[in-house]
Design a protein around this ligand. Structure first.
Ligand SMILES: CC(C)(COP(=O)(O)OP(=O)(O)OC[C@H]1O[C@@H](n2cnc3c(N)ncnc32)[C@H](O)[C@@H]1OP(=O)(O)O)[C@@H](O)C(=O)NCCC(=O)NCCS
Length: 155
């Protein structure tokens, strides 16, 4: 637990900072593009039919140093298909603040949220070459249930 960091739900005023964190995690989309998608969701006007929330880690002075996007999915690999599951859609802590328990705190808050939605399970995924993410997931109690290879062919 890091007492200098506050974990809370993101608010509309977090949009610009949160979009920059999203850009750092998903750099193929610009911060401006992330912001234009985030704005309506943070204002409670998202188009998704399933609940989706953003949790942020706020340091002293109001700087956002991490986020976790958690939603509900009707099913996820390896989970009981008869119940919706919480799903970690994105999870990021800025590099110079890692290894201080912030990722753990964000994940714990996501698990509380998913339980409150009635979920019995929570799931996540990561790329096969993201060894860091795999280590952290496993350290925090997530078991590997599947591995997948994606293919394409031009037609
Ligand atoms: C994954 C990520 C969010 C974790 O954030 P974090 O704040 O560094 O995580 P924590 O400090 O809470 O670490 C929790 C546990 O994970 C493990 N862990 C964290 N970093 C680790 C590392 N570099 N090597 C091995 N284990 C590690 C440890 O067991 C740690 O607990 P401990 O410090 O008590 O031993 C962060 O590394 C990150 O943003 N990575 C880049 C983006 C990414 O890959 N996101 C996940 C995509 S799904």
């Amino acid at each position: 637990m890091n007492p200098a960091v506050r974990i809370r739900r993101a608010e509309p005023s977090d949009c610009a900072q949160l979009a920059r964190l999203q850009e750092a995690l998903w750099p193929t989309t610009s911060a401006d593009e992330h912001a234009s998608e985030l704005g309506p969701v943070l204002a409670g006007r998202g188009s998704s039919t399933m609940p989706l929330v953003y949790l942020v880690a706020e340091a002293d002075g109001g700087r956002l140093i991490g986020f976790l996007e958690v939603g509900l999915r009707s099913h996820a690999d390896g989970c009981d298909p008869s119940h919706p599951v919480g799903f970690i859609e994105g999870w990021y802590v800025v590099e110079d603040q890692r290894r201080r328990g912030i990722g753990r705190q964000l994940l714990a808050a996501a698990e509380v949220w998913a339980r409150r939605q009635g979920c019995r399970e929570i799931a996540s995924d990561t790329w096969i070459d993201n060894i860091l993410s795999q280590r952290v997931h496993e350290a925090l109690g997530y078991a590997v249930v599947d591995r997948c290879v994606h293919y394409r062919k031009t037609l």
